[in-house]
Design a protein. Structure first.
Length: 323
């Protein structure tokens, strides 16, 4: 009997974990001098602050209602407790200030950085995260927004010096890390038997391009309003080929039972793409996620590790069927 090449991966629970980050900080838990500084940025005291689900960053992520009736979205993190997140916030400030008004992104209203605490104030988007599993009409809207975003952000409006490196690749490192590789081999015997092929795809990948890419395009970074789609959280932006964000989004959609291949064959950013280029992105994407998940220490957010594992395996499943 012919065996589906993704059958081994299907033995692992491939579903978008319901839980998001477990280390959010409530408004009331912030130091008073930090909340006072944010309120000065806002121009009015905060009456109500509601912590938001979705995403995994430590620190504050809250919709706030002000005494004067206005609303905003506030993010904040401290370098002493979440140094990586604070640095991501610093980069997001720099990126957000350079994004054009036509881009489907929330507008950065203000920000501050006192060397320890970093805070960003955005316009509030009166919307919600996409339903999971994906509803077809919402996925169609998100995919159309990615096309719009690629058109607006080519060429990149942000200079490379502001950006970080793309969060892609990891197979070469995994092949040299005995403990992490044992975990990957347990998750995917298919990958274990094809490590040379995966390393080859990674080493020969072409990432040349002129498009500013989001670099972390998953459902928890998308907001839907009645008539628009907004893409939020831009610290991982990088410049590369136009198709990378849509491949990332489609690989995560497979966790909802969506077959990404027919969509990729018709989507304007991937339908004319050389077959090998798409395979490279899938390999790079899976390699980064599984390297990060299997190398995470005991202090890592377990919800984040579960999410990276599920997303990495979903990319591998699509790749296994293509190969």
């Amino acid at each position: 009997m012919t065996r589906d090449p993704g059958e081994e991966l299907a033995a692992v629970a491939l579903a978008l974990p319901e839980a998001t980050g477990s280390r959010r900080v409530a408004w009331a838990a912030l130091p008073r001098e930090v909340t006072a500084r944010i309120e000065r940025l806002l121009g009015s005291p905060v009456v109500t602050a509601i912590s938001q689900p979705g995403g995994f960053s430590e620190g504050l992520a809250a919709r706030v209602l002000l005494a004067d009736g206005r609303r905003a979205f506030v993010k904040a993190a401290g370098s002493s407790t979440a140094p990586a997140v604070a640095d991501f916030h610093r980069r997001e400030i720099a990126v957000s200030r350079r994004l054009p008004g036509r881009a489907p992104v929330p507008r950065l209203l203000d920000a501050y950085d006192d060397g320890t605490w970093v805070a960003l104030v955005f316009e509030e988007i009166p919307g919600r995260l996409p339903a999971q599993p994906w509803r077809p009409e919402e996925l169609d809207r998100a995919l159309s927004a990615v096309t719009e975003m690629a058109n607006v952000l080519t060429p990149s409006p942000v200079e490379a010096a502001v950006l970080g490196r793309p969060r892609l690749g990891g197979w070469s490192a995994l092949a040299e890390d005995t403990a992490a590789w044992a975990k990957v081999a347990e998750l995917s015997p298919w990958a274990a038997r094809r490590i040379d092929r995966l390393v080859g795809l990674e080493e020969n990948a072409s990432l040349d391009g002129r498009t500013l890419l989001h670099g972390d395009l998953y459902p928890f970074n998308i907001m839907l309003t009645a008539d628009r789609v907004f893409v939020v959280d831009w610290p991982h932006a990088w410049v590369g080929p136009r198709h990378c964000d849509v491949v990332t989004l489609l690989s995560s959609a497979s966790l909802s039972g969506v077959d990404p291949q027919p969509i990729a064959e018709s989507h304007p950013l991937t339908r004319d793409l050389d077959r090998g280029r798409l395979d490279e992105v899938l390999a790079l994407h899976a390699g980064f996620l599984l390297r990060a998940a299997t190398s995470a220490g005991p202090a890592a957010d377990r919800n984040l590790v579960a999410m990276m594992t599920a997303l990495g395996l979903s990319s591998l499943r699509w790749l296994s069927r293509r190969l």
